[in-house]
Design a protein around this ligand. Sequence first.
Ligand SMILES: [Mg+2]
Length: 302
Amino acid sequence: MTEARLPETGSVEVTTAEEAVELVEEIAAEAEDPAIVGERLLIVLDIDGTVLLEDESLSPGILEAVAHAHRAGHEVMLATGRNWESTRGIQHVLQIQPDYAVCSNGAVIMKRVDDAEAHYERWHVETFDPAEVLTQLREHLPDARYLVELPDGGREYTEYLDDWNLISAKRVSFEELARQPVTRVVVVAPEHDEHDFLDLVARIGLNQVSYAVGWTAWLDIAPKGIDKGSALELVRGWLGVDPARVLVMGDGRNDVGMFGWARERGGRAVAMGQGPQEVRDAAGEVTGTVTDGGVAAVLRRL
Ligand SMILES: [Mg+2]
């Protein structure tokens, strides 16, 4: 028997320190490959008060943390009260191009239809007839200002407000607001605070719609049964993600629906530390505030 005929038992290569570093990096990159991890999460982030501070600056550490989650093979997407026009720029800043974006508190779901261009289409749109709710609200809030979003993304409003980005929005009379189906009604009454709004909706009973009161005393009205959670259930199904592989994060009353949706099906819901008590109670976990980088703290631990 000669040495040449012996079965190979493996080989040992001696590498330089530089090569060893490269090798370790390669192995680390493979470990973050989605095909290898197989534990892909659907991570859903609210925008205002979660990704962004009040002055629209980014929550500390979030860019790095989102990139980390991405490398680990997770899908990071946004679910927001904002319309698509003011959501797309945030996706760009976060350097994500998810398959879907949930806008207008669940009434609008955008779908990416072109990988190369990150081009999105209005994929699923829910509307309602706003006439009755507008009449009810006006009776109780004669001085309020109103804005509606139309199914094609257009917006109409009654009075100028500093808070609103009204580029491409059309000013109309109050009566004109109710002449067609809408995806959303926003009501702002600067002289009232959020507790007045909460009392008001409890008193008048908004039965034919869904609503959420925002931290700046916005009343946000959506079609009945529609919220971020109802939209995310559609998205989850389209993506084929296991309900237990869902992680949602948010800070507001318009996030309570998606918190419940995630938790009922075995997923995680994390509230931002600065959110109202009822919002923190609705989540299974609470992280730091948006100012302290609450999202990054959670994503880094994945
Ligand atoms: Mg928010």
